[in-house]
Design a protein around this ligand. Structure first.
Ligand code: ADP
Ligand code: ADP
Length: 224
């Protein structure tokens, strides 16, 4: 599913968090929104998700105008930096959550959860609870949960931000492979240039509520 944002504006008081932002995100790509803190990355991601309204502008997903639609109607999976896992639910039940809400049959849920836990490398962890996982494992569980309902679009807001450098690097490599397997249109917010270079097909560079450049990593930065 492609995503287009056209002429997005969002102000907080006098401050323009998004200043006439337009971007096309190709179907199946992994696009990073890269920029310093406060540049408007999360605001743009939340507008795509439908978690925040825009003052003006249009969001189009798969050719359909979704501006004004609730997040639930946009068929999107989210993962945020501080992922709120359900502490009282096992890994299995966290991943199964969206499928249970949708009243999928138990055999289908069991199969899907097994598949996803294998994809994210958490086979054998079904019965653990979030408190018994490392930070990286919790984020992988979060991704499995977001993917469980086959979203058309996956939105990741600094998903590895709270983790230490080594774990982040492992998760980047893993996210890259995951994306090649699952191939869902993915938008990743990060302030970390190396992270954007390592994982993305395309990078949009934001500064002060504007998109300054968009392109493939090799077009934007000279690689060593
Ligand atoms: P980024 O994700 O790039 O760090 P954000 O999109 O979160 O940036 O925020 C862009 C700017 O908008 C920041 O200056 C932030 O302080 C401001 N902002 C974001 N959300 C709100 C809000 N709910 N109320 C007031 N200002 C906000
Ligand atoms: P960040 O710190 O990356 O900006 P948060 O984790 O604080 O993001 O979440 C931002 C907001 O999005 C919160 O108000 C939270 O309630 C809401 N939110 C988080 N996950 C979901 C979700 N899956 N569906 C709807 N809203 C969500």
């Amino acid at each position: 599913m492609s995503i287009s944002v056209i002429g997005a504006n969002k102000r907080y008081g006098d401050f323009a968090a998004l200043d006439d932002v337009s971007i096309d995100i190709p179907a199946g790509s992994l696009t990073s929104l890269l920029g310093p803190s406060g540049s408007g990355k999360s605001t743009l991601l939340r507008a795509i998700a439908g978690l925040d309204s825009l003052d003006s502008g249009t969001v189009v997903i798969n050719g359909g105008n979704v501006t004004g639609l609730s997040p639930q109607k946009r068929d999107i999976g989210f993962v945020f930096q501080h992922y709120a896992a359900f502490k009282h639910l096992s890994v299995r039940d966290n991943v199964a959550f969206g499928l249970k809400i949708r009243k999928r049959p138990k055999p289908e849920i069991d199969k899907k959860v097994d598949e996803l836990l294998e994809i994210v490398g958490l086979t054998g962890f079904q019965r653990r609870f979030p408190a018994q996982l490392s930070g990286g494992q919790r984020q992988r569980m979060a991704l499995a949960r977001a993917l469980a309902v086959d979203p058309q679009v996956l939105l990741l807001d600094e998903p590895f931000g709270a983790l230490d450098a080594k774990v982040r690097e492992d998760l980047r490599k893993w996210l890259r492979r995951l994306h090649e397997d699952v191939n869902v249109t993915t938008v990743l917010v990060t302030h970390d240039q190396q992270e954007a270079l390592d994982v993305s097909d395309r990078i949009a560079v934001l500064n002060k509520g504007r998109i300054e450049q968009v392109g493939a990593p090799d077009e934007l930065y000279d690689r060593p």
